[in-house]
Design a protein around this ligand. Structure first.
Ligand SMILES: Cc1ncc(COP(=O)(O)O)c(C=O)c1O
Length: 391
């Protein structure tokens, strides 16, 4: 057996393969250059064009572009009117931004457990943590797999909750015939470079509701309400923020949006190839891929069968990285962060399924420019590392 790079052997590849990378092409650069030569540098007509294109792609009436996915979540929580005394149910298996946005409004994030196969919020677990204080539900399409929206929306309707879907991972995906973006009251997306399409930093909130769209537009511009008859006059009934996206970022976004389908197809092809190659591995469990949903393929996540390994997940990651495979881990559970333990008294054991999953999670590289040879390197490194630590 080949000696692990971690133990001084030669690595599987000479240079690091990242876990994610943006794809920027000459026409993307030309689009940004053109926008920079125009009259608008900050929010202008290209933002409006980008918003129309986003709304059309998602099959909703409104898209409100903002500075990043975190701003989108905060703006959505603000528009929903979350305030101190309110609870919002979400998953602990997400980037902390989802729960932080609830905290920014002075409300309390409440964590429901996940389904151990899909890694998304389990509707029954949501039911168990709901109380009279619950005002909102924030499902997250983990890794890109759309949640069980039919069941979640039915629960929300029954209890009068507003649903804010965090689709940072799943824009481009769908549930049946309904694209991600049209599955909740508001849907937030991110255009961070690791995501399906990028604007550098950027995000948007998608909604069919005119009242929410209007509040979102006010929130990203300090909460300002203009007097339409006297445009120099304005007032601020509630303070918002400066969460504007720029025209040159939107020019990049428009150009990238035209490539979403191509990027998605390439990701899907690589993801399905991973799944095929890993399906019979004794060391790897693949998350479920239910029928009738279109995965967004932002992340390629697997779960280690730790009972078949003498190493824990962190040692496997260390060994993969020594082989120059930029494998990583998404995510440490949100309630384990010191702030959440201190502020809300959350302790281990809160979401036992998510905790068991978290210890086994590995994210493997996935991005459109990755070649089949790059992917073979990942698979070889995984074989090498798991073979070395086989129990
Ligand atoms: C699930 C989730 N929500 C929200 C965000 C925040 O997006 P952004 O980085 O654009 O602020 C991310 C970003 O990685 C994310 O993964």
């Amino acid at each position: 057996m080949e000696k692990l790079a971690l133990l001084g052997g030669p690595p599987v590849r000479p240079a690091r393969l990242p876990y994610a990378h943006q794809t920027i092409e000459p026409d993307d650069i030309a689009a940004v250059t053109d926008a920079l030569a125009g009259d608008w540098i900050t929010q202008g007509p290209t933002v409006a064009r980008f918003e129309r294109a986003l709304a059309e792609r998602a099959g909703v009436k409104h898209a409100v572009a903002v500075a990043n996915g975190t701003a989108a979540l905060h703006a959505a929580c603000w528009a929903a009117g979350l305030r101190p005394g309110d609870d919002a149910i979400t998953t602990a298996l997400t980037f902390a931004a989802t729960a932080n946005a609830v905290v920014y409004q002075g409300a309390r994030p409440v964590f429901a457990d996940v389904d151990g196969a899909t890694l998304n919020l389990a509707p029954d677990a949501v039911k168990r943590v709901a109380t009279g204080r619950t005002r909102a539900l924030l499902p997250v399409d983990f890794a890109g797999l759309p949640c069980e929206y039919d069941r979640l929306l039915a629960l929300a309707q029954e209890h009068g909750w507003i649903v804010i879907a965090d689709a940072a991972h799943s824009f481009g995906g769908a549930a049946g015939a309904r694209p991600v973006g049209a599955l909740a009251d508001m849907t937030t997306v991110s255009f961070h470079p690791a995501k399906l399409i990028t604007t550098g930093e950027g995000g948007a909130v998608l909604t069919d509701r005119e009242d929410l769209a209007e509040r979102l537009r006010a929130m990203r511009h300090h909460g300002i309400r203009h007097d339409p008859t006297r445009p120099w006059k304005y007032e601020i009934p509630e303070p918002g923020n400066n969460y504007r996206l720029t025209d040159f970022q939107s020019a990049l976004g428009l150009s990238q949006l035209g490539k979403l389908e191509r990027f998605w197809s390439r990701r899907e092809r690589l993801a399905l190839r991973y799944r095929e190659r890993l399906a019979r591995s004794p060391f790897i469990e693949l998350p479920a891929l239910p029928d009738g949903v279109r995965h967004g393929w932002h992340l390629f996540v697997v779960m280690l069968h730790l009972e078949h390994l003498t190493a824990d997940r962190d040692l496997v990651l260390q060994a993969l990285r020594a082989e120059n495979i930029g494998a990583t881990m998404h995510y440490p559970l949100v309630y384990r962060h010191p702030f959440y333990a201190r502020q809300f008294g959350y302790a281990p054991g809160l979401c036992p399924i998510a905790e068991a999953v978290e210890a086994r999670l590995v994210t493997l590289p996935l991005f459109p420019a990755m070649t089949a040879e790059d992917q073979d390197d990942v698979l070889r490194a995984l074989d090498k590392v798991c073979g070395h630590y086989a129990r």
